[in-house]
Design a protein around this ligand. Sequence first.
Ligand SMILES: NC(=O)c1ccc[n+]([C@@H]2O[C@H](COP(=O)([O-])OP(=O)(O)OC[C@H]3O[C@@H](n4cnc5c(N)ncnc54)[C@H](O)[C@@H]3O)[C@@H](O)[C@H]2O)c1
Ligand SMILES: [Zn+2]
Length: 354
Amino acid sequence: MLTVNAYAAPSATDPLVPTTIERRDVGPTDVLIAIRYAGICHSDIHTVHGDWGPITYPQVVGHEIVGEVVEIGPEVTRHKVGDRVGVGCMVNSCRECDNCRAGMEQYCLKGNVGTYASVDRDGTITQGGYSTHVVVDQDFVLRVPESIPYEKAAPLLCAGITTYSPLAHWHAGPGKRVAVVGLGGLGHMAVKIAHAMGAEVTVLSRSLRKKDDGLALGADQYYATGDPGTFERLANHFDLIVNTVSAPLELDAYLGLLRLDGTMVNVGAPAEALPLHVFTLFGNRRSFAGSGIGSIAETQEMLDFCAEHGIAPETELIAASQINDAYARVLASDVRYRFVIDIATLTGSGEDAA
Ligand SMILES: NC(=O)c1ccc[n+]([C@@H]2O[C@H](COP(=O)([O-])OP(=O)(O)OC[C@H]3O[C@@H](n4cnc5c(N)ncnc54)[C@H](O)[C@@H]3O)[C@@H](O)[C@H]2O)c1
Ligand SMILES: [Zn+2]
């Protein structure tokens, strides 16, 4: 076992604190990764706060992980020491169910093993990327293209794939009108990726506060949802709406913006159940859908797509000691557009490295 420095949530309400955790020995098909950067996803915050149900503490979160391979097991063929690699939201799956066999292990029928707060194959609870090292089975480790700096690659492992997957599945591209609801970590990636796919992109945000940013990110239009006129002006307009908002929304109002056969796909994950009137779906034969992260193969495809199109997230680099402040800022919608932790500052002693 390897004892490594980490930042953990001691409870649902206390601030995260520096600590140490154990990583399992490198097994035959495992890869030991020295983590360089870890992104802060809103899901990390939902999880530690218990929004989605109780978890066990202390819990280390973080599922936007990038770093370097420092050791491999004897049967590892896909990665070698020195490789630039990433780990996203899952670290294993059953590999036997219909969905795993179809290459969609994110939808594993036995539940994929999450990078944190899941039961690992050895029965322990998985601990995430706010730490200096992680041991992961080679099949759940991604190759980070050379042209993407480590720091910029981290948010792609969740925010990137979670928006790429529905955009690809519902064919965002030339001639398609795509709306992105919410301009946070996921939302700003959705804008960049949908634009690169060739779609006409509209941001729907509460106010026009981030309009200049949205247009610079690649949006063609930007509307405030706080203005009721927006819902009249854009009625029956979009082919695809990607909702990235972390809080409940009035679904009927947004569904009314879909044109014939349009789909609204929810990737935002509020804890609450959301009501909707089915009559809103009858009009224009609309669909309401959900989408969870993406498969390992599709995550690799997304990384290669981002490298090819020069797509990188807007990041704000922080030291480990600033994680709690960053959480407060994410909750206050004060993030432009992803916090990334410099793991070199994570000493585990409670003091940041110089
Ligand atoms: N489906 C998946 O696989 C998946 C993967 C990752 C994240 N998520 C979820 O997606 C959501 C967004 O994650 P993120 O990291 O981009 O978060 P974020 O905080 O960076 O972005 C959320 C956006 O929603 C906006 N927002 C918050 N409350 C709002 C409200 N009441 N009305 C309108 N807008 C509001 C914020 O201003 C912000 O722009 C979270 O719920 C997260 O858990 C889902
Ligand atoms: Zn995430």
